[in-house]
Design a binder for this molecule. Structure first.
Ligand code: NIG
Ligand code: FE
Length: 404
């Protein structure tokens, strides 16, 4: 008789959504069990045929659905201030791009963020992160990009790291220095990019604050040539890149990102066929942000059918930010992806688990397989579609981060 498998925790009587088979992301294991040791999964699968476990504790899931913890792979969660006033102005007819060009938008959040200390930013952002956690998130990417100068970008990234240290959640940080042009560089965008690549990125990377580098490739952001300079600097340091691409217009940013082996290209409403082909060839994930589509009342849909036909993996994220997507729920993001973008339930669930993991360059989260972190969500639902179908509500029953 083989000895019992020793582990810290066993979750029994669960309906598992392992997300382990990309071809069948909605495959459910009816009578499932998960076991973890030292925060990592050691078994996930049918109870029938599972090894005997010698467990410190056993948690009876009573037939509930157990999924990987959700992954929000694109957020601007850390920022100062509020843009509710800008929202009111937009309701009265002002356009997002017009507000940005008039010195509002991202630059108004920059002012509030620069005025905040690290402790202020942590205090203002922690409730947003707590909301994400309450809806099942166990990993959250957080971008800088509202500091737009070295000290304030550093403060943002340090606040993001502090939030990850304070709460039971993994935080992945992305340097988005090339998000908008700060007013002190008005008319001198190339000089600002010099600052990003020669001063900000080297310093922040040396301080261990940069897991990835992002940029905003857009008429109100930066040109493809400027983005390319940022990507070249990231590549020279071995840091992966991603891009806000084709949100408001088509500057062929997705194809540029793919040329740099980007983890993801994000937004993509104005993406064309050449961009899709380039992403497919490079293995770049398409991160869809239906909250921004909804909130800006965009009318051009991302080319979902062509992405699907091209075999491009699709992630879904909240894009949590004060200007275009004040959204903290991945459950609602999934509902919007289904309702507005016509993703299937299986695509939605893969979009916030295994494909979101890939958009972060991670192969140790997002699925219930041995070796992955035991980041788990137990839901008060029995069928996966209920997680996508509901609007509001809090179906999360329990959540475990690294087995705890
Ligand atoms: O993802 N597109 C650029 N960045 C954000 C918006 C940021 C803002 O308006 O504050 C986005 O939509
Ligand atoms: Fe964004």
């Amino acid at each position: 008789m083989s000895p019992a498998l020793s582990c810290d925790t066993v979750w029994s009587h669960a309906r598992l959504l392992p997300m382990a088979d990309p071809a069948r992301p909605d495959a459910v294991v009816e009578a499932g069990v998960v076991a973890a040791r030292d925060g990592r999964i050691v078994y996930a699968g049918p109870a029938d045929g599972a090894p005997a476990f010698e467990a410190g504790r056993t948690i009876d899931c009573a037939g509930r659905l157990l999924t990987p913890g959700l992954i929000d792979c694109h957020t601007h969660l850390v920022y100062g201030g509020s843009r509710a006033g800008e929202f009111e102005a937009r309701l009265a007819g002002a356009g997002y791009e017009a507000i940005a060009r008039a010195g509002g938008g991202i630059v108004s959040t920059m002012r509030a963020t620069r005025a905040a200390t690290e402790a202020d930013l942590v205090a203002m952002s922690a409730p947003r992160l707590a909301e994400m956690i309450a809806d099942g998130a166990t990993t959250v990417e957080i971008k800088s990009g509202y500091g737009l100068e070295l000290a304030a970008e550093r403060t943002m990234l340090r606040a993001a790291r502090s939030l990850g240290d304070a709460l039971d959640v993994s935080v992945v940080t992305t340097f988005l220095g090339a998000h908008a042009l700060p007013p002190e560089f008005a008319g001198r965008a190339d000089a600002y990019i010099d600052e990003v690549v020669q001063v900000m990125l080297p310093a922040l990377a040396a301080e261990g604050l940069v897991d990835a580098v992002d940029a905003f490739c857009e008429g109100i952001g930066f040109s493809p040539a400027q983005v390319e300079r940022v990507f070249t600097a990231a590549r020279a340091r071995g840091i992966p890149v991603k891009l806000h691409a084709e949100q408001l217009s088509n500057l062929h940013g997705a194809a540029l990102a793919a040329r740099y082996g980007a983890l993801s290209a994000d937004h993509l409403e104005h993406l064309d066929g050449a961009g899709i082909a380039a992403m497919a060839a490079a293995g770049t994930v398409a991160t869809l942000l239906p909250g921004a589509y909804y909130f800006t009342r965009e009318t051009v849909l991302p080319p979902i059918d062509a992405l699907r036909a091209g075999g491009v993996p699709m992630a879904i994220a909240t894009d949590c930010n004060p200007g275009t997507s004040p959204l903290t729920s991945l459950l609602l993001a999934m509902n919007m992806a289904a309702t507005l973008f016509r993703l299937t339930v299986a695509e939605c669930l893969a979009g916030v688990t295994i494909h979101a993991a890939r958009a972060l360059g991670r192969d140790d989260i997002g699925a219930l397989v041995p070796g992955h972190w035991a980041d788990l969500a137990v839901w008060d639902v029995t069928q996966p579609a209920e997680l996508v179908y509901r609007i509001g509500g809090r179906p999360l029953h329990a959540r475990y981060w690294r087995g705890r």
